[in-house]
Write a protein that binds this ligand. Structure first.
Ligand code: HCR
Length: 395
């Protein structure tokens, strides 16, 4: 038996009885990714041209279709890219408190694209226990901004890991003073027993706009409604989610492949999105020597190199250096001021100070001034643009 098979076997046994935090669980070296979770928000705008197109559309009915299309474009990178590129899902690096990841989206070399202005990502680890990453992506030329935060709670069984996402995303379009609340799907990790873990989505997620339009998305894998992996269906309605009535549009297909949209009034059907033939953008970060010590790729450089070498002793040694430095920082803070996020502020979602999240989540069926639907009960994270504009660390 190879070492990999043996260590995977004991990992599977440990999963079945595990009750702790998935992010800090010890996994065999070959399943470790050299990439930190603070990098994951970059998938929200892998197609910045599709993201900014939302703000360029004057008709709110077409805008909800464009928001839904853009949301579908984000899923392949978020949930299938490791599997497609590396042959299986990987365990990302567990970010330290205050870790930052930022950069800009550029058209891939040789791709003819129009000038859409700069699209910038700012991501920060705002909590370590539980792990929470907050992010914002903005394009000032188009007047569109996305912000959100994400964490996750795992449940373990012998054959699969269930992952409930905590958090939400909000899109804001300046020209129309319009907000979209986006909830996050539940996922599970399959393929554990066959040594090749991959992510599948399940259940529903929702998009609710302040214009009144909404989208209800449902997900399934092999053996459910289409029999194909990564399947989804969506309906777009003029009313808030969960209200009776015929939808305006219905969409179905695969988020890693193609999907079709049907206009329910005319019966006309056409291509909605083809994830494989859409022009690619690349995400670029500053050279390492220009990065702050808390920027992800600089901070994790030695650990990432050790993971790429598959050297478990070196991985533990380099990881311990980061963990010990963090422990020392936390001890020093106990005496004085607790850690403050660099770009985000925490707010209490139970208090509706005109907070669009509270208003929108009410129309998703939640009780007024409560914080259900995935967000943690006490905290909500908001991007403070001035903190970025006036700060020293830039993308
Ligand atoms: C569950 C997961 C870490 C969290 C990842 C999240 C939920 C992070 C926020 C992104 O916006 C969306 C997202 C996508 C990822 O698919 C999801 C990861 C999948 C696996 C990883 C586990 C911690 C790894 C477990 C180890 C495995 C491979 C057995």
């Amino acid at each position: 038996m190879s070492n990999n098979v043996a260590s995977w076997g004991s990992f599977i046994k440990s999963i079945a009885s595990y009750s702790g935090d998935l992010a800090s669980m010890t996994a065999p070296p070959f399943i470790l990714s050299p990439v930190s979770l603070t990098e994951y928000p970059q998938f929200w705008a892998e197609h910045p041209d599709i993201f900014v197109a939302i703000a360029e559309e004057a008709d709110p009915e077409k805008r909800i279709l464009l928001v839904t299309k853009w949301f579908i474009t984000t899923l392949r990178g978020q949930y299938a890219s490791r599997n497609e590129q590396l042959g299986s899902e990987k365990k990302p690096l567990n970010p330290f408190l205050g870790e930052i990841f930022m950069g800009k989206y550029q058209p891939a070399a040789g791709t003819p694209t129009r000038d859409i202005g700069e699209t910038i990502l700012v991501s920060e680890q705002v909590s370590h226990h539980p792990p929470i990453t907050a992010y914002s992506i903005f394009n000032d030329k188009a007047g569109i901004e996305l912000q959100g935060f994400s964490g996750f709670k795992a449940s373990f069984s012998a054959a699969s890991i269930g992952v409930k996402q905590v958090g939400h995303a909000l899109v804001y379009i300046k020209e129309y003073d319009e907000h979209y609340l986006i909830t996050l799907p539940v996922l599970h990790i399959e393929g554990i027993l066959s040594f090749a873990p991959y992510v599948e989505l399940e259940g529903h997620s929702f998009i609710q706009s302040t214009s009144g339009y909404s989208a209800d998305l449902s997900y399934s894998g092999k053996g459910y409604f289409s029999g194909k992996k990564n399947s989804f269906k969506a309906t777009i309605s003029k009313s808030a989610i969960k209200q009776e009535g015929k939808p305006l549009y219905s969409i179905k297909g695969q988020w890693t492949g193609t999907s079709m949209v049907k206009n329910e009034a005319t019966g006309k059907e056409e291509l909605f999105y083809d994830s494989k033939s859409t022009p690619q953008y690349t995400f670029s970060v500053k050279p390492l020597e220009e990065q702050h010590e808390y920027e992800s790729r600089k901070a994790w450089l030695k650990v990432s190199e050790a993971i790429k070498l598959g050297d478990y002793d070196l991985i533990s040694k380099e990881k311990s250096k980061i963990e010990n430095a963090q422990r020392d920082l936390r001890k020093a803070e106990e005496a004085g001021k607790p850690w403050q996020s660099r770009f985000f502020v925490a707010c209490d979602p139970r208090v509706n100070n005109g907070d669009k999240y509270v208003e929108l989540s009410t129309s998703l069926g939640n009780k007024p001034n409560s914080c259900t639907n995935g967000a943690p009960s006490q905290q909500n994270w908001r991007f403070v643009r001035e903190k970025y504009d006036k700060g020293e660390i830039k993308a």
